[in-house]
Design a protein around this ligand. Structure first.
Ligand code: GLA
Ligand code: GLA
Length: 653
């Protein structure tokens, strides 16, 4: 189940047939087309040219390839912008209009753009509804990428007023909910309310949270309307979207994916490792710059599986160096194959590579493809061949589900809250979530990312790395579940209007464990505090809470000053500090064993992922490493000795 992103419009038509033949030779099934081709499909308003696309689809179809078409809305053409300048979004940091000249230059609150987007979507859907080669649709492209969820436009402001009125009903309710008496901010009418941008200093946190909720809904409504238009004409085609991570969309990806048949992820391990670690942690960056961090892509895979209504796809897989990170290293030989297997081990059903041939011109000409600009084969070709053959040889079941009894609860609202009220510069929601995830993965535990709306009944262990806003419904659900729940610091500390929990932190979590947060301090990341757990010493850092402790609560880890660092009762473990991954690994291992969850002592840089009857060991290091493993398995690729930058696959009998 392989595919590729292809741009026939970038190449002379005389090349298309050979391209299609070679795609078949490589074993590809799917070709994604047209997500940036609006100016070619509609060169002038109402003047359509689809002949080139018809021909491209036909040529691909003649070779047996299936086509995924995209709506071209990430790139509105110049004539459209000139006709409706209010399509352009406004930068929330400067108030300056973000101009034409790249992509994603549109405002989700522009009614003109909404109408034009649905029009072009409908034209395409009507034209290709009965084309047998077309099997599915990708909406737009990487919604919200390049910081486009928020706009500071007049359109956005007007839509925000209507949203506020609907949400709060009357202005007094809003004043009360936010606490606008603070700094003399009481309002008499909704239309007095500015967007929370470009003020002298920090704007009101409740105001900011409302603006983020509103902006997320604008993206979701636009996207849902597009799916409706496409599904009306193409009820049998699948609908999907290629997501970037939730931390980057600033929108609620669970809601965004709700109407899709399945979700796709665009996997750029090196680009993302660079963006994530380059500034903060040079050692980690150097170590993984050509492989990607062992838990980074898999974290995104597990998150995308969490929002998808079925197994997910990789719509874009990095094939070599990209062009858009701070630095763009070449992957080590074997990594494109390894990443492909890793996606499959975490639940991917299909892997599409980005892109067929490296572009000869334009912004991404330094971005590798499966083929080079001169049409020779790049290393990704050969790794794709290897992966294709291994899929066939091992008989890996691409329809199987990942099953695990461990879940992490994620939610965009909580990311928003910690971004709005950061309290310490070294607090990063993404990093905190990642640290818990990485600790679990180092124990060989597979992880589901779930929303608090999901069914949690079957999990034995539920991890909540950082959730300042916890609903009463979630507390009820957790109380009813069999799971032991681990909360990270600042959980439960806020109401859903981003005001202080009236009973102090951890708010309604006190129903599960009687503790109170009496005060909070934040520290520089390099100002660590020693803590003791079962006689061994570890480091806490960045965020520390002073707890008062009620009945039947044990202090299991303590700071040197005797302050509690981790407390526990039968149901809950509360971690009152951020801490190094080494500590989380030890703590979570103990809890997992107590919950009857199997853990593994894996060598450094080895990861284990299981799906259906298969399991895969990945080696992210340059040395061969041996694993001790269950006796009842049979290796179908490699052995207990995992080769460097490679993998071994086993099957349970
Ligand atoms: C994203 C986009 C593609 C392309 C690649 C480059 O994933 O969807 O259009 O820009 O990145 O890596
Ligand atoms: C952003 C996205 C990437 C990729 C690049 C390309 O960084 O997150 O997936 O699309 O832009 O410019």
């Amino acid at each position: 189940m392989l595919g590729v992103c292809y741009y026939p419009e970038h190449w002379p038509q005389s090349m298309w047939k050979k391209d299609a033949e070679e795609m078949r030779e490589l074993g590809l099934t799917y070709v994604r087309l047209a997500e940036f081709a609006w100016s070619k499909m509609e060169p002038e308003e109402g003047v359509y040219d689809f002949e080139w696309l018809d021909s491209a689809i036909q040529i691909l179809a003649e070779k047996g390839l299936k086509v995924i078409l995209c709506t071209p809305t990430a790139t509105p053409p110049k004539w459209l912008i000139d006709k409706f300048p209010d399509i352009l979004p406004v930068d929330i940091n400067t108030g300056v209009t973000r101009g034409f000249g790249s992509r994603r230059h549109y405002d989700f609150s522009s009614k003109n753009y909404h109408r034009e987007s649905m029009r072009i979507s409908e034209v395409m859907a009507t034209r290709y509804a009965n084309n047998p080669a077309v099997v599915g649709w990708q909406t737009d492209n990487e919604l919200a990428c390049h910081d486009t969820t928020h706009s500071g436009s007049e359109n956005a402001k007007h839509a925000f007023h209507l949203w506020l009125e609907k949400y709060y009903g009357d202005i007094d309710s809003l004043n009360k909910a936010w606490g606008t008496i603070f700094w003399s901010m009481e309002y008499q009418r909704f239309d007095q309310i500015e967007l929370p941008i470009l003020a002298v200093t920090e704007t009101h946190p409740s105001h900011q949270l409302a603006y983020r909720r509103f902006s997320s809904e604008q993206v979701i409504n636009y996207h849902n309307d597009m799916i409706d238009v496409l599904s009306k004409h193409c009820p049998k085609h699948f609908m999907t979207h290629n997501f970037i991570p939730m931390t980057d969309t600033q929108a609620d990806n669970f809601a965004l994916a709700e109407k899709l048949d399945f979700a796709c992820y665009d996997n750029y391990p090196l680009g993302r490792t660079d963006l994530f670690f380059a500034d903060s942690d040079t050692d980690t960056f150097k170590r993984y710059m050509r492989t990607g961090h062992p838990d980074f892509s898999s974290c995104s895979f597990d998150q995308i599986r969490g929002i998808s209504n079925d197994n997910f796809w990789i719509m874009e897989q990095q094939p070599g160096p990209v062009n858009w990170a701070h630095h763009n290293p070449r992957p080590l030989p074997g990594m494109v194959r390894l990443w492909s297997w890793e996606a499959v081990a975490h639940g991917a059903e299909t892997i599409c590579y980005f892109r067929w041939r490296q572009a000869a011109f334009g912004q991404e000409q330094m971005h590798a493809g499966i083929k080079r600009v001169d049409n020779s084969k790049s290393p990704a070709w050969f790794e794709t061949e290897q992966f294709r053959d291994e899929l066939a040889e091992t008989g890996f079941d691409l329809k199987a589900k990942v099953h695990t009894s461990v879940a992490i609860i994620m939610s965009i609202e909580n990311q928003w809250v910690t971004e709005i009220e950061r309290q310490g510069d070294s607090f990063s929601h993404q990093l905190v979530e990642f640290e818990y995830y990485s600790a679990l993965r180092q124990l060989g535990i597979d992880v589901d990312f779930v929303s608090s709306n999901d069914n949690l009944a079957d999990y034995k262990m539920i991890v909540v790395p950082c959730m300042p806003v916890v609903s009463d419904e979630l507390i009820d659900k957790l109380a009813d579940s069999q799971a032991h729940v681990i909360f990270g610091p600042r959980s439960g500390a806020k109401t859903d209007e981003l005001t202080f929990a009236p009973n102090l932190g951890p708010g309604n979590i006190q129903r599960l464990i009687p503790i109170q947060v009496e005060s909070t301090e934040t520290l520089r990341a390099d100002c660590t505090m020693k803590m003791l757990y079962k006689g061994a010493s570890y480091l806490g850092s960045r965020w520390n809470e002073a707890l008062s402790i009620g009945d039947k609560v044990n202090t299991v880890a303590q700071f040197h000053n005797k302050q509690a660092a981790v407390v526990q009762n039968d149901k809950v473990t509360y971690v009152a500090t951020l801490c190094e991954i080494e500590f989380l690994r030890v703590l979570l291992n103990d809890i997992a064993l107590a919950c009857d969850i199997k853990t593994y002592q894996l060598p450094e840089d080895i990861r284990l992922s299981q799906r259906g009857n298969f399991g895969v060991f990945f080696n992210y290091s340059g040395q061969a490493k041996r694993v001790e493993f269950d006796r009842d398995v049979e290796f179908v690729l490699g052995s207990e000795e995992i080769a460097p930058y490679s993998l071994s696959i086993f099957k349970r009998n």
